[in-house]
Write a protein that binds this ligand. Structure first.
Ligand code: AMP
Length: 489
């Protein structure tokens, strides 16, 4: 097993790694760090949560520190890291600052919606710049900077392209000298990214976490089939059954985010919405409360949650399925981080089931079908916790006084019945007894032949999900094996 000390980082960097509490390099780090240290260009196929920031950040800082006089970087940008969103810019910046604290190398964070002057000052004083493409190109076009970075990193390249930054990125590279080391990270490698790689990277090495590995094994993935009008009740029932400590619910539209955040709040959950129409200040406040555990549920659109890096998310809910596998993988990667287990739950209607099947096939059948728990089950669960709470409830002094008065009016057992009745809300279960499709109905749905547009029976029949004993099962994905291959060039 590789250890961080095997990379022989300088003492300042090793100290920062120790202080960060990193014990072992993650798979993407084990593969990438030696290649970056060799000076190679690199394409890393990995998403947020795999440790990719350290995978490029540590060897980059090591090489900068090896170039002798660190003072030469005091007023010279030596590394540019481009990221799709301001949230990610802040996170990457914080992570890099943590690693470089004993080297004394500063990091400037540059994104839109903030005054230019402070950013210009920061860029003049920092060897490392983490920036979103739009604002960075503004700075470059101003003519105030003549940058000759030794490193250029494109982080979440596929997201940057999805957000329409391709032209900005190409323009940014036109300002840079040819001699530089390029590192590109992307969860997916669609043709547009491959083209970009061909145009701006020099004979890169590829480090790939295969798709199977991207969906980490410690995320338990399941889906529930319900009718459209049952979605809200199913969600609340699942909350009562699974008791998530910190969760993100993904929706398709901003309107749905607002409605659902309001609905969950009305049901007694500490929920807030996050979407692009909110003011930046508001969004930051919501993210901060979620990060600091002051919020229990974050309801978000994909765009708003892009790059959101919050630890300890116990459950991710797809209130509506995303349109493609990449988004699904991005969404569920918010849970099950840093070796902790997580759950990803998708709610679909029979109509949406085909979409789910497509995603599930691409992920090797990792999503398991489940039935929404019956109201009895939840009720019993709530009664047990109620009784448990009653056991540990301490008796208040005033209770003696009040009971003395009550005793004169009624039987003690009547007092007890009435008191429990006052608290009956605590064992109340919302919605009808059975929500969503039963096991039988699921089985029927999953065994329906699948026809494509031309009326041909497609692949991916139902029985791949089913074990002999009638229990459902999906293939387990493994997190451990990774493949690396050299590029042609
Ligand atoms: P990233 O994929 O770079 O966004 O990293 C996700 C989280 O994992 C961050 O909070 C990192 O600080 C943390 N992390 C990265 N590498 C390691 C490691 N080798 N050991 C423990 N935690 C890590």
């Amino acid at each position: 097993m590789t250890k961080f000390t095997d990379f022989a980082f300088c003492p300042e960097l090793q100290k920062a790694i120790d202080e960060a509490g990193f014990r072992e390099p993650s798979p993407i780090q084990t593969q990438s760090i030696p290649l970056v240290l060799e000076g190679r260009d690199l394409v890393g196929q990995a998403q947020t949560g795999t440790g990719k920031t350290a995978a490029f950040g540590l060897p980059m800082l090591e090489l900068l520190s090896r170039q002798g006089n660190l003072n030469q970087y005091k007023n010279n940008v030596a590394a540019v890291v481009l990221v799709p969103t301001r949230e990610l810019a802040i996170q990457v910046s914080e992570e890099l600052s943590r690693f470089s604290q004993f080297l004394g190398l500063k990091t400037a964070t540059v994104y839109g919606g903030q005054p230019y002057s402070a950013q210009i000052r920061a860029m003049h004083n920092s060897p490392i710049v983490v920036a979103t493409p739009g604002r960075f190109i503004d700075h470059l076009s101003s003519g105030k900077f003549d940058l000759k970075p030794r490193f250029v990193v494109l982080d979440e390249a596929d997201e940057m392209l999805n957000m329409g930054f391709l032209e900005d990125i190409r323009k940014i590279f036109s300002y840079f000298p040819d001699e530089r080391q390029n590192l590109l990270f992307s969860a997916t490698l669609p043709p547009s990214i491959k083209k970009l790689i061909g145009d701006i990277l020099h004979q890169p090495e590829y480090v790939t976490l295969s798709r199977k590995n991207i969906t980490a094994e410690h995320i338990e993935q399941s889906f529930y089939v319900v009718d459209e009008h049952e979605r809200d009740d199913a969600l609340i029932r699942l909350y009562d059954a699974l008791l998530p400590t910190k969760s993100i619910i993904f929706c398709r539209t901003k309107k749905e985010v607002d409605r659902l955040a309001y609905f969950l709040t009305s049901q007694g959950h500490e929920a807030r919405g996050l979407h692009g129409d909110m003011e930046q200040k508001n969004r930051e406040a919501v993210i901060l409360s979620f990060r600091q555990d002051k919020l229990e549920v974050l309801v978000a659109t994909d765009v708003a949650a892009r790059g959101l890096d919050v630890n300890d998310v116990s459950h991710v809910f797809n209130y509506h399925l995303p349109f493609d596998t990449e988004s699904y993988v991005h969404r569920i990667g918010r849970t099950g981080r840093a070796g902790k287990s997580g759950m990803a739950i998708s709610i679909v209607t029979p109509h949406e089931y085909r979409g789910l099947q497509r995603i599930n096939e691409k992920l090797g059948g990792s999503l398991l079908p489940k039935t929404v728990p019956h109201s009895h089950e939840i009720r019993n669960k709530k009664i047990s916790s109620f009784i448990e709470a009653l056991y540990i409830q301490e008796i208040d002094e005033r209770a003696y006084e009040i009971l003395e008065v009550l005793k004169e009016e009624m039987e003690l057992s009547t007092v007890a019945f009435k008191l429990i009745s006052m608290l009956k809300d605590q064992v109340e279960v919302r919605g009808k007894a059975q929500i969503g499709k039963s096991e039988k109905e699921l089985e029927r749905l999953m065994s329906r032949p699948r026809y494509d547009r031309h009326g041909q029976n497609g692949k991916g029949g139902p029985n791949r999900y089913k074990q002999k004993g009638g229990q459902y099962r999906g293939k387990n994905s493994s997190y451990g094996s990774h493949s690396k291959h050299r590029s042609r060039g």
